[in-house]
Design a protein around this ligand. Structure first.
Ligand SMILES: [Ca+2]
Ligand SMILES: [Ca+2]
Ligand SMILES: [Ca+2]
Length: 200
């Protein structure tokens, strides 16, 4: 195999490996006091659980260590990064996933900024340079977790207060293609015709 081909394949593998934990939502403009109430949503898109012990958030060149009571992200689950877990739970009492607190004060710019998720070895696991696409008290969310979050056209304003812990309305079934009802109808029709033929 040519070296260039091997290199390209490696790049694809690295990209896939890195993009398993993805930033799927950012609440940067809360109404009222924003202090400690902003948050970032992560999604584990892998089929296995992930241990993110020692991972960091690099935001406006401020490096925050993330701490939580559990560092294990179950497969297909969402987690939240925020400065103040207690304040987050007042705003979202229903949230049951992992909540990671930043070691320093996290302040997300209302005009957009670059946020980087790094692992314990400071390798970049995901990064998003967001733009201000949302009204106050709405987050911006990735239209679907399997879209490339580097492109702002893949993001949209959420419903009021955002969707921490679940996917956007535009991504029903969390990225699994919706059932093709026409296709299913055709299969059922085929079975009915086959059974009728056998019986006749
Ligand atoms: Ca803000
Ligand atoms: Ca605000
Ligand atoms: Ca969400």
């Amino acid at each position: 195999m040519k070296r260039a081909t091997v290199f390209l394949m490696l790049l694809v593998v690295v990209k896939l490996a890195c993009s398993e934990i993805v930033v799927t939502e950012i609440m940067y403009d809360v109404s009222g006091s924003e202090s400690g109430r902003e948050w970032i949503e992560l999604y584990n898109s892998a089929n296995t659980e992930k241990d993110i012990t020692g991972w960091k958030l690099n935001e406006s060149n401020k490096l925050h260590t993330l701490s939580s009571s559990s560092y294990i992200l179950s497969s297909k689950s969402y987690a939240i990064i925020t400065y103040n877990k207690a304040k987050f739970l007042i705003d979202y009492p229903y949230f049951k996933g992992n909540i990671f607190e930043t070691s320093g004060y996290m302040q997300l710019s209302n005009g957009g900024e670059k946020i980087i998720i790094e692992n314990s070895q400071r390798q970049i696991m995901d990064s998003v340079e967001y733009a201000d696409l949302a009204d106050e008290d709405h987050s911006i969310e990735l239209k679907c977790w399997n879209l490339n979050n580097s492109y702002m056209e893949h993001w949209a304003m959420s419903t009021e207060k955002g969707t921490p812990g679940y996917g956007s309305i535009d991504c029903e079934n969390d990225g699994i293609p919706e059932f093709n009802t026409f296709g299913i109808s055709m299969v059922i029709l085929g079975i009915v015709v086959a059974v009728k033929k056998r019986l006749s």
